[in-house]
Write a protein that binds this ligand. Structure first.
Ligand code: ZN
Length: 385
C-alpha cells in the first residue's frame, strides 16, 4: 500500500509538472504513459529517478513544401527581406520537442548554374545555398528531394544540394543517387525514402519498387518514414480519389494505393505533399498517413490564396516501432511573401477534419477542434494544449 501511495503522489507531481508548461515535452508523456501502463517501469522510478530515461516513444513533425526564396530569375527579385532570417521564426518554437522534423525541399540549393528546364512559362527555383542555415536553425533534420522542382537546375543542382545537406547533417533521400537513407537519432534507427512522379526521382507510380525499398529499410530500422510528392494539384483536387490522379496530362500517382502498399511493406509514417493544399489524414494498420501537408514556407513564387495558404505542422507521437500513439495539428497560415504564422481561426484543423471525415470515414482516429489526433476509444492526449 505504501508503494501504491508513493506512486500516486509521484503521479500527481508529474501530472502537475506537465500541466505547468506550455511546451510539449516528450519525456513527460513517457512518464505518464509508463506509470499508467507498466508496473515494471513504476518500480524503476521508485528506486531511482534516472536523469535520462530510455526512449520509448518518439516525436515526429512533418510539414509540406519548403522554398524559402529563389535567386532565379534575378529580376524581379524573389528573395525575402532580411535574407530570409525571419521566415521560419514562428515555426521554430513550435517544432520544439521533436526528434524528427521533416519537410519537402521544393527546389535545389544552388548559387551558380544555368536554367535547366526547357520551358518558357514554367517556374524554376534556385534557393541561395546559405539558406540551408535557416533550415538548420528551425531544426529540420529530414528532407525529401523527390519533387518536381528538385531537378530545376539539373544534376548540378541535385549534387550541390546533396553536398550542402550532408555538410549540415540534414538527412535526405529522393534522388536517383540516394533513393533512401538510414540514420540513428537518440538510439532509434530510422529508414527514410521519398518518391515522386518526376524525372530523376524514385517513381511514385512504380509501387513494386517502393515496396521493395521499404521492405529493405524495414529490416534494418525501428521506424520507416516514407515521403511522396503526388496527386493532382489545387483546390479542385482536395479529396483522395483512391484512383490514379492526372494533372496537366501527367499521371501523378494513385496516392491511396501507394500509401497502403508501403505500410503493408513495413512503413510507419507516410508524409504526402505536392497538391499545394491540405488533404485528409488516415490511420492504417496503426500507422499514420498525411495525404497532403500543403505548402509550408513557399516564398513569393507560389499561389497562397485561400486553400493554398493553409500550412499545418503535424506532430506525431509514436512508439519506437513506429506505431501511432497520438498527434497534433498545429494550424498555421502563410500570407504572401511571409513565413508561416499561427492561425487563430484554426483553418488547417477544420479542413483536415472535414476532409478526413469525408474521405476516410472508416479510419480509427478522431481529431478534435484543437487539432488533437487520437485513436478512437483512447483519451491519452492530455499533454497537449
Ligand atoms: Zn511540387
Amino acid at each position: 500500500m505504501k508503494i501504491r501511495f508513493c506512486l500516486s503522489v509521484l503521479s500527481i507531481i508529474l501530472l502537475l509538472n506537465a500541466c505547468s508548461s506550455k511546451d510539449v515535452k516528450p519525456e513527460k508523456t513517457i512518464v505518464k504513459k509508463d506509470i499508467r501502463k507498466d508496473i515494471v517501469i513504476k518500480k524503476k522510478i521508485v528506486k531511482s529517478v534516472p536523469a535520462k530515461k530510455k526512449k520509448t516513444t518518439v516525436w515526429i513533425s512533418g510539414v509540406g513544401d519548403l522554398m524559402l526564396g529563389t535567386n532565379y530569375p534575378k529580376e524581379p527579385n524573389y528573395l525575402p527581406p532580411d535574407d530570409g532570417k525571419n521566415l521560419l521564426k514562428e515555426a521554430t518554437g513550435l517544432f520544439k520537442g521533436s526528434d524528427i522534423i521533416f519537410g519537402n525541399l521544393e527546389g535545389p540549393l544552388l548559387n551558380g548554374g544555368k536554367g535547366f528546364k526547357n520551358c518558357k512559362k514554367c517556374f524554376s527555383f534556385k534557393v541561395p545555398e546559405h539558406y540551408v542555415n535557416h533550415l538548420v536553425k528551425a531544426g529540420f533534420n529530414l528532407l525529401s528531394l523527390a519533387n518536381n522542382h528538385a531537378g530545376d537546375f539539373g544534376p548540378l543542382g541535385r549534387e550541390r544540394t546533396s553536398q550542402i545537406l550532408l555538410k549540415n547533417r540534414i538527412e535526405f533521400a529522393g534522388t536517383e543517387k540516394q533513393p533512401y537513407t538510414t540514420f540513428t537519432r537518440k538510439g532509434i534507427k530510422y529508414g527514410f525514402c521519398a518518391f515522386a512522379p518526376n524525372f530523376g526521382t524514385p517513381d511514385l507510380r512504380n509501387i513494386e519498387n517502393a515496396i521493395s525499398t521499404v521492405k529493405k529499410l524495414s529490416k534494418v530500422s525501428d521506424i520507416v518514414i516514407v515521403s511522396f510528392h503526388g496527386g493532382a494539384e489545387g483546390d479542385k483536387n482536395r479529396n483522395v480519389t483512391r484512383k490514379p490522379e492526372f494533372f496537366y496530362g501527367e499521371n501523378r500517382g494513385n496516392v491511396y494505393e501507394f500509401a497502403h502498399k508501403v505500410i503493408d511493406a513495413g512503413a510507419d509514417v507516410v508524409f504526402g505533399h505536392g497538391p499545394h493544399i491540405v488533404r485528409a489524414i488516415e490511420l492504417y494498420k496503426g500507422r499514420f498517413i498525411a495525404y497532403s501537408l500543403g505548402n509550408f514556407c513557399t516564398y513569393a513564387r507560389f499561389n497562397l490564396l485561400d486553400y493554398n495558404g493553409v500550412a499545418p505542422i503535424i506532430k506525431l507521437n509514436t512508439y519506437k516501432n513506429g506505431q501511432f500513439i497520438e498527434g497534433k495539428i498545429i494550424p498555421m497560415l502563410q500570407a504572401f511573401k511571409k513565413g508561416p504564422a499561427l492561425d487563430k481561426t484554426k483553418r488547417a484543423i477544420k479542413e483536415i477534419i472535414e476532409l478526413t471525415t469525408k474521405d476516410f470515414p472508416e479510419t480509427n482516429i478522431i481529431i478534435d477542434k484543437l487539432g488533437n489526433i487520437k485513436v478512437k476509444g483512447t483519451s491519452n492526449n492530455s499533454n497537449f494544449d
